[in-house]
Unconditional design. Structure first.
Lengths: 386, 433
């Protein structure tokens, strides 16, 4: 199971912070700006893996403003990174009590609980996140994973499946991506949320992996801030799943990473053969067509016998895609990174991370395309979110 | 544009259709859609129980047991009605009560999985072991059926014709329905059997009608509890207790039925319940049900009648059968007192056998003994009359026999098997009990 930990979107706190800074400014005058500058530094240190230093800074920051949500959130993240889940849980729990309207602490609590296999607690936390923020896409995705895990546990009990070895396999991918300091996020439920709802609502251009249980659903990194410099190559944890584990939810995982449009066609090393090149090109062309909302080119990337999701008709599928791509207002950006291509004759499997951004929502998720050669072209035969 | 939430709701609806359909398929299917609708709407009413039942003048059923059937029925109702959240809440409540209830865990797994993907069947986990899912499905079906089809108060199992006064309760097991019915001997009401409760049971892996050792079948017949083996002396498999029954009984031995060690017992600690067909021949209850039933068991006394499919009689028909048999027994008693050996022997089948005598030997001995009698007084006390389940019409009669004559007095507990031959009841076996 993969789970996404949410970094606190800065903009959400912009207002709080401003107010607080104002208050501090009144009280201590000169001190405030200095403190305010501390958080980006903390984030930088976290990114660099210098957790003790980051902790020092954040503690210093919090010493004069112990209530500060952003600082405490970072502190929780640092504890998480330092593998101190009990401390991290304590921080996020307190934070969720003090700021019950924020979904992020709940979400990260859920990630921590899930790591400890306390799926019931994880579920409660995520349901709280959604209650406070009904369009919070990440929480839905995580909740889907938790439900699947709980279902799997229930099935184990019902059918006496021996998943005793699952313990070691079940590693969560905790995303360490931190917020950027620029851009605006879905701070307020209203505006960004409405927008966010759109991509979220799409059952993804993804066939819900009908049978295949095996592959690990990977974490989707969501930095809720379209402006975020998503460097996060999300730790995709290949977990040998217990055979019993149900397939991941057919949840759309449109992912963020808007900035890194760099459709890192990094894959093909020089020695890569021609087929790999052709396939990489085809995938990038497909992503590009999607970004341009060029439906003709987009559909042309799919083979005539493309396995439509849930067995819907080709026509219905095209209509749905059209509605969700061409019918969407605002800019869409889709890019691909870390492609891994394996060719087998006229058939190829391409795994990559798909970075998606649209107004109000961005996401990054792993995707697998099964492609078939048709003449000189490679066309998409299957599209799976895993 | 639909919101995320609505999409999820829509997906759940799709799941529900899957669940609902699959679950619906498992329901006992009445003839018409209307009947089905009615069945679904009026859960608490009791539909047809057995072939003998007259469906006119039904009474509402008021008695219920404390098993999970009520909860299961509610859960499936919620699923039918597309209220999956309620269904999950109820399932989790049921699991709080019985944490290792496998069926409830399966339903919980389905309901949770339905939140993440469409599911199309009961036990929707891919690669689920087919046999185990089938077992749990079978349990769900028989439990819901048992819940919906309670015995009616004006019908009684045909087997309980007459209990002796000190038999306070009788047990009737229906293996096809996986159900155990507990009846009270309503002495104040002329010994009429009064329904007390019914329970889900597990029986033999290979069904009923035990014949030989190791055939993994549950015997069919009239038995009684012979001992109470306390939990401390038992392996975990037997759960909270065990009550052996007297298989093979005299009749079984005559019929050449072999095997032993048929018990009523509880359930091992790793599960709340076992599948409908899972034992080696024993009748297995959940521990809580065994404890409830055990309170009413009298060692050496409580009848345990096991049938593949219980026949039910209206009280009128039941009274008629009982009267007929009482008259037959009374006529046997009279004819013995009459010392007219031919009249007396009319009651015995030519195929009669006792433990050590054939009909001819028995007849010769009776003629010889009766010749020395000037008078005979015979009292039949504590009479019980049970019909033996099965196609052959056989009655098991047990009583305390008080025999006095000019040269001999004897008291014994006697058991006879009567069989209907050419419309007449004849004794086919008798011996001390």
């Amino acid at each position: 199971m993969a789970m996404t930990s949410q970094s606190l979107s800065k903009p959400r706190f912009q207002q709080l912070k401003t107010l607080r800074a104002l208050a501090l400014g009144l009280a201590i005058g000169f001190a405030a700006p200095a403190f305010a500058d501390n958080l980006p530094e903390v984030q930088r240190l976290i990114k660099q893996g210098q957790y003790p230093q980051a902790m020092e800074k954040v503690d210093a920051y919090l010493s004069s403003r112990p209530k500060d949500a952003q600082g405490r959130f970072l502190k929780g993240l640092i504890y998480t990174e330092m593998n101190k889940p009990a401390d991290a849980i304590a921080v996020f729990t307190k934070l969720s009590e003090d700021y019950p309207e924020l979904p992020e602490p709940y979400n990260n609590l859920a990630v921590l609980y899930a790591q400890q296999k306390q799926y019931d607690k994880a579920r409660t936390a995520l349901e709280m996140a959604i209650r406070t923020h009904p369009s919070y896409a990440i929480a839905y995705e995580n909740l889907g994973d938790v439900y699947a895990k709980l279902a799997s546990q229930a099935y184990d009990k019902a059918l006496q499946l021996d998943n005793s070895n699952a313990a070691t396999q079940n590693k969560l991918a905790l995303i360490r991506d931190l917020i950027s300091t620029s851009g605006k996020g879905n701070v307020k439920p209203q505006a960004p949320v409405a927008a966010a709802a759109q991509p979220a609502a799409k059952p993804a251009p993804v066939a819900p992996a009908p049978t295949a249980p095996a592959t690990a659903p990977s974490a989707s990194v969501v930095t809720a801030t379209p402006g975020a410099a998503s460097t996060a190559a999300p730790a995709k944890v290949a977990e040998a799943k217990p055979a019993a584990t149900p397939t991941p939810p057919p949840v759309a995982a449109p992912a963020p990473a808007p900035a890194p449009v760099a459709a890192a066609p990094a894959p093909a090393p020089a020695k890569a053969n021609a087929a790999d090149d052709d396939i990489a090109k085809a995938v990038n062309a497909w992503a590009s067509a999607w970004s341009r909302k060029d439906m003709r080119a987009y559909f042309a990337a799919y083979s005539g016998d493309f396995n439509t999701p849930k067995g819907m008709s080709r026509k219905a599928w095209e209509a749905e895609r059209e509605d969700r791509i061409a019918g969407k207002s605002g800019k869409i950006s889709v890019s691909v990174s870390d492609p891994q291509i394996s060719v087998n004759g006229d058939r190829a499997t391409v795994k990559f991370r798909q970075h998606y951004s649209a107004p109000g929502l961005s996401s990054s998720a792993s995707k697998t395309l099964v492609m078939v050669r048709s003449g000189s072209k490679w066309l998409i035969k299957e599209e799976n979110a895993r | 544009m639909p919101s995320r939430k609505r999409v999820i709701a829509a997906a759940l609806a799709v799941c529900l259709i899957g669940v609902g359909l699959a679950y619906r398929l498992q329901k006992p299917a009445p003839a018409s859609p209307e009947a089905r609708a009615a069945l679904l709407q009026e859960l608490p009413t009791a539909p047809v129980l057995g072939p003998v039942i007259d469906t006119s003048n039904r009474l509402p059923v008021t008695v219920s047991d404390s098993g999970p059937e009520g909860m299961l029925a509610s859960i499936f109702n919620e699923i039918e009605a597309n209220r999956l959240n309620n269904a999950l809440d109820l399932t989790e409540a049921l699991l709080r009560q019985h944490p290792n209830y496998r069926l409830a865990n399966l339903i919980k797994g389905d309901l949770l999985l339905a939140r993440t993907q469409p599911i199309r069947t009961f036990g929707a986990l891919s690669d689920a072991p087919v046999d185990k899912v089938a077992d749990l499905r079978a349990e769900a079906i028989v439990r819901l059926k048992g819940y919906r089809e309670k015995p009616e108060s004006n019908f009684v199992p045909r087997y309980l014709l007459q209990m002796q006064p000190d038999q306070r309760y009788a047990i009737v097991v229906d293996t096809k329905r996986s159900r155990l019915y507990l009846y009270e001997n309503d002495v104040s009401n002329g010994g009429r059997p009064r329904f007390v409760a019914d329970y889900y049971i597990t029986h033999g892996k290979l069904g009923a009608d035990k014949l030989i050792e190791g055939d993994k079948k549950t015997p069919v017949g009239v038995y009684h509890v012979t001992a109470n083996l306390p939990r401390q002396k038992l392996a975990d498999l037997y759960g909270s207790g065990a009550y052996p029954i007297n298989y093979p009984n005299e009749w079984d031995k005559q019929q050449g039925r072999k095997g032993s060690g048929i018990w009523l017992h509880g359930t091992p600690s790793d599960t709340f319940a076992r599948p409908p067909r899972a034992s080696d021949g024993c009748v297995v209850l959940t521990n809580q049900d065994l404890d409830a039933v055990a309170k009413n068991l009298q060692v050496g006394l409580t009848p345990v009648i096991i049938s593949p499919s219980v026949e039910w009689l209206s009280l009128d028909d039941w009274a008629k059968e009982r009267d007929e048999l009482n008259k037959t027994i009374e006529s046997w008693r009279n004819d013995w007192e009459s010392r007219d050996t031919d009249r007396y022997l009319r009651h015995y089948s030519k195929r009669f056998k006792s433990a050590d005598q054939s009909y001819e030997q028995f007849a010769a001995q009776k003629r010889q003994v009766n010749a020395s009698k000037e008078w005979i007084k015979l009292k039949v006390n504590n009479l019980s009359v049970f019909r033996n389940p099965g196609k052959e019409e056989v009655i098991v009669v047990t009583f305390d026999q008080d025999y006095r004559s000019n040269n001999l007095e004897n008291q014994m507990k006697k058991r006879q098997y009567w069989q209907r031959e050419d419309g007449k009841w004849k004794i086919i076996y008798e011996g001390s009990a």
